[in-house]
Design a protein around this ligand. Structure first.
Ligand code: PBG
Length: 322
């Protein structure tokens, strides 16, 4: 035997010099859920360890995360039912508690990269990402609301806008709105290949944003399709996206690799709520070693080609590795 691969595994030092993939806190965007009550803090039942936070609590959380090396955050609002309506008007109300909180966050931590989600669902009485009429999701009418929402968020000083709605033409529409209003510096991270997945369940618990009727299959992609992701990616590339995202991550590692090999934009992967909860549940049962499977999971997403990982594990990972 003149070839013995085990020679390269014989010690920690050797293993570390040949290590191909490293996950660090530089890779993370940490999703946060904002509550209206400034000092409120409520754990999400289906996401142990993740709390919905009022703005005062959130500022503390961001400060802690920055100290741990996490520099980017994606802030989602938990919108009380009485604010919701058919056309998601609160989503572009500059005086809404969400917009006020965003301005505070940027004021307090100008060095942090803050991302926001653009879609109607948290603000919609129908719980859909677009405007619903006679049971149908209207594409072009929805674009107008998405544009206004993006502008309202950009005006808060947000760094990255994340359209997660999967309407056709939204990246180009939002890019033009932003540019026409002087926000040429605001980036767009498109949810390029966003699948109609059952892994979003706990997120919809967190935001109380589940669809009131029907499902999201007429706009989110069919989990069976891979090549279709290339159509979405071409569009996003041409419409001016700065980053492309694949969502969820784990059941779609092949799609992450596909986009990585075919496009030069940075690729993000959203390690979604259900993926987080699965590991937490198995860890709590004592069936899996949570800390190890969590790190192995993040490694797999990076190895598949993700440059950026949106993950609820970010803070725990940072603590373990600091
Ligand atoms: C809103 C949105 C969703 C997620 C991010 N933005 C839910 C959905 O599309 O139903 C899911 C994130 C997660 O599960 O962690 N459009």
């Amino acid at each position: 035997m003149n070839i013995r691969p085990r020679r390269n595994r014989k010690s920690e030092a050797i293993r570390s010099i040949i290590e191909e993939t490293k996950v660090t806190t530089d890779d993370f965007i940490f999703p946060l859920f904002l509550l209206e009550g400034a000092s409120d803090k409520v754990e999400v039942d289906s996401m142990p360890g993740i709390c919905r936070l009022g703005i005062d609590q959130m500022l503390k959380e961001i400060e802690e995360c920055l100290k741990l090396g996490i520099k980017s955050f994606d802030v989602f609002p938990v919108v009380p039912e009485h604010y919701k309506d058919k056309t998601a008007t609160k989503s572009f109300d500059d005086d809404f508690f969400y917009q006020k909180a965003l301005r505070k966050i940027k004021q307090e931590f100008p060095e942090a990269a803050i991302m926001t989600d653009v879609a109607l669902d948290p603000y919609s009485s129908d719980g859909h990402d677009g405007i619903v009429k006679d049971g149908k999701i209207l594409n072009d009418e929805t674009l107008e609301v998405l544009g206004k929402q993006a502008l309202s968020q950009a005006a808060c000083g947000i760094d990255i806008i994340g359209p997660s709605d999967m309407m056709d033409g939204r990246v180009g529409y939002i890019r033009e709105m932003l540019d026409d209003n002087g926000y040429t510096d605001v980036s767009i991270m498109s949810y390029t290949a966003k699948y109609a997945s059952a892994f979003y369940g706990p997120f919809r618990d967190a935001l109380d944003s589940a669809p009131k009727s029907g499902d999201k299959k007429t706009y989110q992609m069919n989990p069976a399709n891979r090549r279709e992701a290339l159509i979405e990616a071409d569009l996003d590339m041409n419409e001016g996206a700065d980053f492309m995202m694949v969502k969820p991550a784990l059941a779609y590692l092949d799609v992450i690799r596909l986009l990585k090999d075919n496009y030069s934009l940075p690729i993000a992967a959203y390690n979604v709520s259900g993926e987080y909860s699965m590991l937490k549940a198995a860890g709590a049962k004592g069936w899996l070693d949570y800390e190890r499977v969590m790190q192995e999971t993040l490694l797999s997403i990076k190895r598949a080609g993700a440059d950026i990982i949106l993950t609820y594990h970010a803070k725990e990972f940072a603590k373990l590795n600091s």
